[in-house]
Design a protein around this ligand. Sequence first.
Ligand SMILES: [Zn+2]
Length: 108
Amino acid sequence: MTPLLPTPDHYLQNLITMTSPEAKRMWRQAIKEHFNCQCVYCGEHYELHELTLDHVVPRFYGGETTTRNLVPSCRKCNQNKGTSNWLSWMRETFGITPRERLILSHIK
Ligand SMILES: [Zn+2]
């Protein structure tokens, strides 16, 4: 299990991490593993390489590329959510689900 750290730079402090791209890869993998390789929006499980990372608050609205603002998402959900408010979009698409709490506790 890869430790979940706030940014790729934090992985550079790990002695086994030699390069910046490797740190970024570890970071992305840790976020996906933290959520058991599940798309936080639809709840389906995927292989690591099938999941994207979604900015909960879109970059368009100033959302940062940090662990607290990134969640694993399947391509379909990532694309459909787009720049919508995540909670409104999720409720319109899936109704109220326990996954809302997962996201809330991750982003706070
Ligand atoms: Zn999904």
